[in-house]
Each structure stands twice: as structure tokens, then as C-alpha cells.
Design a protein. Sequence first.
Length: 312
Amino acid sequence: MATGGGTRAILAALGANAGIAVAKFIGFAITGSSSMLAESVHSVADTSNQGLLLLGQKTSRRKATSEHPFGFGRDRYFYSFIVALMLFTLGSAFAIYEAIHKLQHPEPLTSPIVAVIILVVAIVLESYSFRTAIVESRKIKGDVSWWGFIRQSRTPELPVVLLEDAGALLGLVFALFGVGLSVITGDAAWDGIGTLMIGLLLGVIAIILIVEMKSLLIGEGATPQELAAISSAVMGGRVRRLIHIRTQYLGPEELLVAAKIALEPGLPLAEVAAEIDAAERRIREAVPAARLIYLEPDLDRTPAEDHPVTPA
């Protein structure tokens, strides 16, 4: 569901941004508005970003090799990190540069009504894309807040599209603000101020994404809810205690679980193997993303209160 929902959100954003980019460039050519130019480059960057997210989904499905025995699931994290960098450079840095130039050398707008019409149409299209991202994200976010979902999600595409679309909508409002005040006051500097607001907004969003994607690239463990479910699922049969556990996401839908469990003493080897198999089944039922599980059996030599579980 996470992959399918992410793909639908990406395709919706791709179509919307491609059409909006063309319209904005036409608007910039007619009006000479720096806000329109900044928004045009922003839409081009967003369109390229959606392509990178789709590429990451495709390459992450490659089969594991001897050089990459755990597969290529983290390709999705890598390309999402590249998206964040592009949003910072092509979006934020360019908009701030263009704003400074516009403020230093303000030029009157021509046919500003064209810019207003294009921006209003773009807001409608971006709202559709944003709504699609929200609908797909709700399927997997559970009861956590939207900010919590962005911070905790191990599926990178939906948080990226959510923040991109939210930034695009606010950026369009800022562009409309700059163009509108330029027309009302006759001062073209407002267009530059609107452009600067767009650049700062994109910079904040890009930094948030860079921090989150870097964390995923380095390797994040199971969420607290998943870890609690795994720890509970391990217990059963002749498992007396979970000694320690380590988890790490190898990709958005592939969780590695490694744990040491204490079994009843004196069990024959066949029963030890059966207990481990049963524990693995319980873990997969509790957390389907736990696809790679390594359980090390040990003897329960000391009381559980002397050695509490060390979670990942």
C-alpha cells in the first residue's frame, strides 16, 4: 500500500508540476515578473524531483547481489535525499538570487493580469496534487500528527511530496502577493519581496527534508510502536526473555530484526529451532515489514530484572 500510494501521489504531482511549469514560463515571458520566474524554476525542479522519486522506486526493486546482499531498498532514500538537495539549489538558492537582483534593479511588470490568472490556475492544480498526497498519506500515517508522520515515516516519497506540494501552494500565494502589491502600489520591489519569501520558504522545506533523508540513509530502526510489537511477539512458547534487540530499516518496507532470546534450559536442538521459527512467525504477523529476522538463542542465566531489554 505504501508504494502504491506513493506512486499515485508522485504521478499526480508530476502531471500538475509539468503543466504548471509551462504556464509559469509563459507568464514570465509576458510579464517579466521575478516571482513568476522563481515559481517557474520551482515547478521545473519539482517536476524533475518527481522523476527522481519514480527512478528511486524502480531501482530499489533490483534483486540482491553478492555485493549488496540486503538489496537496494535504500535507493529510495538516496533519491529522496537528492530531491531535497535539488529543492535547495534549484528552488531556494535561485529564488533568493533572483529576489536580490529584482530588489536592486526593480522593473515594472507588463500584463500583470496574465500572471494573476496563471497563478490562480496553478493554485487549483497544486491543490489537487496536495489533496492526493494527503489522501494517500492518511492510509499509512495512523493516529500520529502530520508533523509526526513526516518525522517518523520510513516511506520517503509521501513526506517529500507532502512538503513539496505544501511549499508549492504557499509559494504560489507568495507570488500572487508580490505581483498583486506591485500592481496596486506601482512599486515593482514587492515582486522581489514575494520572490524572496518563496526562496526562504523553499530553503526551510529543503533543510527539513535533507535532515530527515540523511537520517534514513544512515539507517533508522523500528518505530517505538513497532519495537513494542516485536518485543511482545517474541515472547511465547518456551522463550523466557528477550535479552536484547537491534532493528534497522534496509528500505521503506524491509525491516531487519536481530535479537538474542533466552530459552528454557535443556531444550533439544530440534526444539530450539522450532521455538526460533515460531518466534519469527509471530514477529512477521505483528510487523509485516520485518522480513529479515535473525534470532540468537541463549540460556536464561540471570533474572530478567537484572538485565533489562536493550531496544534498538
